[in-house]
Ligand binder design. Sequence first.
Ligand SMILES: CC(C)(COP(=O)(O)OP(=O)(O)OC[C@H]1O[C@@H](n2cnc3c(N)ncnc32)[C@H](O)[C@@H]1OP(=O)(O)O)[C@@H](O)C(=O)NCCC(=O)NCCS
Length: 332
Amino acid sequence: MKNSATACRITGVGANLPERVLTNLDLERMVDTSDEWIVTRTGIRERRIVNEGTNTYELALPAAREALETAGVKAEELDLIICATATQDRYFPSTACMIGHGLGSGDAPAFDISAACSGFIYGSSIINQYFKGGATKHALLVASEIYSRIVNWKDRSTCVLFGDASAAVVFSAADGPEGLIDTCIRSNGEYGSFLTGGAITRAGDPLSGALPSMGENYFIEMKGNQTFKVAVKSMCDVAQRILKENGMSVADVDLVIPHQANIRIISAVGKSLGLPEEKVYSNIHRYGNTSAATIPLALYEAQKEGRAKKGDVVLMVAFGGGLTWGASLMRL
Ligand SMILES: CC(C)(COP(=O)(O)OP(=O)(O)OC[C@H]1O[C@@H](n2cnc3c(N)ncnc32)[C@H](O)[C@@H]1OP(=O)(O)O)[C@@H](O)C(=O)NCCC(=O)NCCS
């Protein structure tokens, strides 16, 4: 069993959702699908979509500001900024650098991480290590995703699944029982082709004049059935593992916040872990899969609804392209 003292705890959470709603009925007019198919196969009823031209860092800023305000932490007090995103605005500067600039966080180190839908869990694991190093007092972890930018809106098998959102969490130094108890992250590139997305980019050849044309051929490709099965197994395995390593069982957990990819995956994970429905949080019907943002957005809403309270033990568990997966265990 690991040491129970924590190095950091969550002091503020914020979220920013685009106002525009894309419903299943809207999608019926775009591709050969139906509200009934989408709801029964995925649980999704609607998702949010940014206005054209919105950047990932712009979507992130209000979420980050809200998290800082709730935490009572000024931007210039931040020692670290991490942005989890699969839809960064540019290769460089990083989205995190642009967020830091927008917040006025001075010269705090800032970088993006690429772990697709597991990005928030990967980020919390990195942040945990920074705090254990001792020099970090406040860190900001933002998840900001604009999947509407990379989705192929003619592909019914994937375009119905995703949405845009941003959510942010401030972690502050702590040494008591409240805080991040442990994190566990894993990957297996062998299954990389199960879920892949982005822009097809080619190396340019300035000598032959064959220069890449940027910004075209965006795509998401997914082997839905295989992904489904690996998602359930990986999330259950990592949830059981993190609990066991910390001398806990599902009975000690007040709320599980799983990545919101499909309500059937969420239910299968809950059932396999032996959890009652009320202990498994879901808001996928409103937002779809917002990749790295699903977990902090769910935490934000669970707190507002009184389902995640101070002192509660919360288990977050995610799965994403890579393949990546992981869990974060904390006492709020
Ligand atoms: C994508 C997913 C919803 C598909 O559900 P499914 O029950 O596995 O459905 P299938 O892929 O077997 O497809 C069943 C049929 O529905 C069709 N279909 C696919 N998308 C459709 C849509 N939007 N509307 C209507 N029909 C659709 C398929 O073409 C297929 O038709 P066919 O039987 O004539 O070939 C499901 O596999 C899933 O959620 N997988 C995991 C995805 C995920 O979590 N990704 C993110 C991880 S971070």
